[in-house]
Design a protein around this ligand. Structure first.
Ligand code: ATP
Length: 255
């Protein structure tokens, strides 16, 4: 069933002395539990589209539906995970993880218990009373994931969440995020510059072209690679072929 629907999105930013059309004629559908990636050259409107899905930017034209209802920033339907973890440095990990629920006046003992359990499940047992500065970069991103999931969003928006991490930590977190989201049946949209990451994590990749941002090509990943973990996908026989195909398309866009 189509869960996240993006219809006829067109967006122009108006500044004092000019207008920049960031997106034109964007339409796509994502089923519940699917993981898609947005890939493309710098400035092709990937972040703008995420902000529109999150309800943070109102598009000039078009609309976003989640489960048939217009998306809005005012609800807890959407979770955002960014390159920086944005944990509050003076709050403990537990306080950070629960902050979204607290602000939304939705913190219950059951949800608190579930959030603490989630911290354990994603490899952070016993860190609840620690401050962010006492954790490594990878551990902080795990805590950021727990904070995002604690609010029980229906759709997760991931804006280059691994790009500030060292390579080994990034590979580990790709596997962790993928298995956690699959386990919970969450729908996710990832923005990345990393072709390998997009292949390893996605069910489908949307390659954007710039000026204005449009969907240039869609890559549906074969079932044989989709059912693997991101790490194993990188070792699958069709990985290199897909990588080359996407790389060639990207190069043609930058000419
Ligand atoms: N607030 C803004 N005001 C004016 N123009 C903007 C604004 N935000 C983005 N743009 C312009 O819109 C276009 C798309 O930008 P956007 O950041 O969405 O692209 P992107 O694909 O995410 O880029 P990158 O990969 O470099 O992060 C660019 O031309 C950018 O300069």
């Amino acid at each position: 069933m189509c869960f996240l629907k993006i219809e006829g999105i067109h967006h122009t930013y108006f500044t004092k002395d000019m207008a920049v059309t960031a997106l034109s004629d964007i339409g796509l559908s994502v089923e519940e539990g699917e993981f898609i990636s947005l890939l493309g050259p710098s400035g092709c409107g990937k972040t703008t589209l995420l902000s529109i899905i999150a309800g943070l930017v109102v598009p000039t034209e078009g609309r976003v539906l989640i489960g048939g209802t217009p998306a809005s920033a005012a609800t807890r339907e959407i979770g955002y995970m960014l390159q920086q973890d944005y944990l509050f440095p003076w709050k403990t990990i537990e306080e950070n993880v629960l902050i979204g629920l607290k602000l939304a006046n939705a913190l219950t003992p059951k949800r608190r218990e579930a959030a603490i359990r989630l911290l354990g499940e994603i490899g952070l047992p016993g860190v609840e009373k620690k401050l962010p500065k006492q954790l490594s970069g990878g551990m902080r991103q795990r805590a950021a994931l727990a904070r995002t999931l604690a609010a029980e969003p229906k759709v997760l928006l991931l804006d280059e969440p691994f790009s500030a991490l060292d390579y080994q930590t990034k590979l580990k977190l790709e596997d962790l995020v993928s298995s956690t989201l699959k386990g919970l049946g969450k729908t996710a949209v990832l923005v990345t510059h990393d072709i390998g990451e997009a292949i390893a994590m996605s069910d489908r990749i949307y390659l954007f072209s710039p000026s204005p941002g449009r969907i240039h090509k869609i890559f549906d990943l074969p079932e044989s690679i989709r059912r693997l973990t991101p790490f194993d996908s990188r070792n699958h026989e069709s990985y290199s072929k897909l990588f080359k195909e996407i790389w060639k398309e990207l190069e043609s866009l930058e000419k």
